[in-house]
Each structure stands twice: as structure tokens, then as C-alpha cells.
Ligand binder design. Structure first.
Ligand SMILES: Nc1ncnc2c1ncn2[C@@H]1O[C@H](COP(=O)(O)OP(=O)(O)OP(=O)(O)O)[C@@H](O)[C@H]1O
Ligand code: SF4
Ligand SMILES: [Mg+2]
Length: 328
């Protein structure tokens, strides 16, 4: 039976209107996210991963940034059409985003207890539990030892790993259906990172939430993700089950990425050791945006952007945008 997508992103375009021109940060992104599944988003720096996430959250930087086209269907309801007030409700409860660096998410002048309590207030309206009890319970759930006393701590009195757990507690306070984790910078050491990933998986098993995991680390992708979207210059170049991305990449960019990963088991940043630079997003080439760097490029690639091609017979599980797949 087909799964119901909790999120369906259709032809999403988020552009920035700057003095020097229109920057097409997200330029026609499509993907679906099913309940309980983890979708990884990978791609070079500047490929539009965070802007895709911020578009879903309704947090595109204003006034330069704007969703100019497309739909973001959350349980069938288009978030692009919502008001900021409606989106704020959804953000506090149904869709949450956590950043890798906990210091940017926590307010240094309030105790962690205060910050967790602030977030749970909304979802607690109908229960008899006190806010503090619920906050302690959440800190306990993210495995903070002695949460009854820790709740009085300020962020600077905690270790980096503990702060990360507090951010996790805040994110799950409203039992979100979707959690977006954007780890643009890797500030945690390997052991803490590992424990944190384990925790996220455990919370996912408990709650059934879907996760979007934005990362540069293919080891994290292999460990966490069911499916992977590979982004290039504001578009999804390829999307597939994680094992197909690793073992059967079809888009030349994915293929090059996989060759640049020395060993998935090692804890190394994705190298992106691909010759050349991604195109300027305010001056995209006419044809395939990857053409200047593609070893397979042929005439057509220079003039027309490729169509989406379905790979295999399971509809929409594996798609890639490349002329090589339809013309050869
Ligand atoms: N305020 C802004 N004004 C103009 N362009 C912007 C602005 N913010 C982002 N961009 C553009 O949007 C593009 C996509 O940015 P985004 O933050 O989504 O990249 P990313 O894939 O998350 O990269 P990273 O891996 O470095 O986090 C960037 O190339 C950048 O040029
Ligand atoms: S469309 Fe052409 S240039 Fe683009 S990735 Fe495919 S082969 Fe390479
Ligand atoms: Mg980013």
C-alpha cells in the first residue's frame, strides 16, 4: 500500500532579490517525505539545502528572500498559503527545526528550564501536568542526568553535548510530525555526535516523527537516512533510497560525490573533491547547471535543462535529472 506523505514539496522556488540580481537559491525542488521516514539532503555548500528547510518553516530571510512558486503540502495543506501567525503555530508544534550549533538556538540569559517550559506551554493546555514536571520529563527523555537540578542551569553551565540535548528536548516538546536537523557546521566531537544521532533515532522510534537531515557527512547519511536527495545549484539532481544513492548513483554529480567519499565508515566530512565550481545562482547557464563540470556532457546539455527521469520500475522511488539517462 502506498504510504501517505506527511510533506510534499512541489516545484518549490525560493529566490533572493538583491541589488545585483535575482539569486535562485531554491529553483524547482520536488520531494516527498513519508511519516516516520528520514530523508537526507546533501550537496555542496550553497546548493540550497538550508533555504529549502527555511522555506518549509516559513522562515526565509526577509525582505530579500521570497517563495515565488510551488507548494509545500503538510498533510495536504499548503504552507505557502499560510499567514505568519498560522505558520508560527505549526512551527511550535508540528514542524520543528534544530540547528547543529546549540549555542545559536539557546538564549544565554535564561535557564534551560525556562526555555523548555516556554516551548511546552502551548502543547500542555489540555493536560493537568505542571509545566515544570513536563519540562523535567523531556530533559529526562533526552537523557540529561538529574534533570530536576539541571533545569536551573544556564546554557553556559552545560557541556556542548548537554546543550544539544536541551535543543533536542525543545524540538520534541510539542511532539512534532516533522523534525528538520540542519547541521551546517559540525561543532560536536565524534562521540557526542554519535550519541546525539542515536538519541534522535530513539525519539523517532518513540514518536513516529519524520526527519529531514541536512548534512555534509555521508557517514551520518548512511547511519540515519532511508532516502537521500542530492541537491545541486538549487535543484534536486537525484533522489533515491539510501542504498541506491551509495550503490547505484545515476546522476553524474551523485556519482562524483560518491567517488569523493573515501570511506563511509570513517568520520570524515564529505570532501566534494569535484573539479570546478558550482554556477553563480544569479547567472545560471541555459542548459544543465552541472554541464561545465560534467565528464559526460554532450551538445544537448548546454542548451536545455534535463527532464526528470525515473529509474527502475517502482514509481518515484528513484529519479534523476540528466540527459544521459534519457538520450543515450
Ligand atoms: N540573504 C541572502 N541574499 C542573497 N542570497 C542568499 C541569501 N541567503 C542565501 N543566499 C543564497 O542562497 C544559496 C543557498 O543557500 P543555503 O544556505 O540554502 O545553502 P546550503 O546548501 O545550506 O549551504 P551550506 O552547506 O553551506 O549550509 C546560497 O548560494 C546563497 O548564495
Ligand atoms: S544532463 Fe548532461 S551535463 Fe547534466 S549531468 Fe547529465 S550528462 Fe552531465
Ligand atoms: Mg546550510
Amino acid at each position: 500500500m502506498a504510504q501517505t506523505p506527511v510533506l510534499q514539496v512541489n516545484n518549490l522556488k525560493t529566490h533572493f532579490f538583491t541589488r545585483s540580481g535575482v539569486v535562485k537559491a531554491v529553483d524547482g525542488v520536488d520531494f516527498t517525505l513519508n511519516a516516520g521516514e528520514t530523508l537526507g539532503i546533501v550537496g555542496e555548500s550553497g546548493s540550497g539545502k538550508s533555504m529549502t528547510a527555511l522555506s518549509i518553516m516559513g522562515l526565509v530571510p526577509q525582505p530579500a528572500g521570497k517563495i515565488v512558486e510551488g507548494e509545500i503540502l503538510f498533510n495536504g495543506d499548503d504552507l505557502v498559503k499560510k499567514t505568519q501567525a498560522e505558520l508560527q503555530q505549526i512551527r511550535g508544534r508540528d514542524i520543528c527545526m534544530i540547528l547543529q550549533d546549540p549555542m545559536t538556538s539557546l538564549n544565554p540569559v535564561f535557564s534551560v528550564g525556562n526555555q523548555v517550559i516556554e516551548t511546552v506551554k502551548q502543547s500542555l493546555a489540555q493536560t493537568g501536568e505542571t509545566l515544570k514536571e513536563r519540562a523535567i520529563e523531556l530533559l529526562h527523555k533526552v537523557k540529561i542526568a538529574a534533570p530536576e537540578s539541571r533545569i536551573e542551569n544556564f546554557p553556559h553551565q552545560m557541556s556542548g553535548g548537554m546543550r544539544q540535548r536541551v535543543v533536542g528536548a525543545i524540538a520534541i516538546a510539542g511532539s512534532p510530525q516533522i523534525l528538520i536537523a540542519d547541521e551546517a557546521t559540525t561543532s560536536l566531537d565524534a562521540t557526542i555526535q554519535y550519541q546525539y544521532l542515536e538519541l534522535l533515532k530513539e525519539l523517532q522510534r518513540d514518536t513516529g516523527m519524520a526527519i529531514i537531515f541536512i548534512t555534509h557527512d555521508m557517514g551520518v547519511v548512511a547511519k540515519m537516512c532511508d532516502r537521500v536527495a542530492v541537491m545541486y545549484a538549487g535543484k534536486v539532481a537525484e533522489i533515491a533510497d539510501v542504498r541506491d544513492i551509495f550503490n547505484n548513483p545515476q546522476h553524474p554529480y551523485t556519482e562524483a560525490l560518491m567517488k569523493s567519499v573515501p570511506n563511509v565508515e570513517e568520520d570524515v566530512e564529505m570532501l566534494y573533491a569535484i573539479e570546478g565550481q558550482p554556477p553563480a545562482l544569479d547567472n545560471l547557464p541555459a542548459g544543465c547547471t552541472f554541464a561545465p563540470r560534467c565528464q559526460y556532457a554532450f551538445d544537448k546539455c548546454e542548451v536545455q535543462f534535463p527532464d526528470i527521469v525515473q529509474i527502475g520500475d517502482d514509481s518515484n522511488r528513484h529519479t534523476a535529472t540528466c540527459w544521459k539517462l534519457s538520450e543515450n
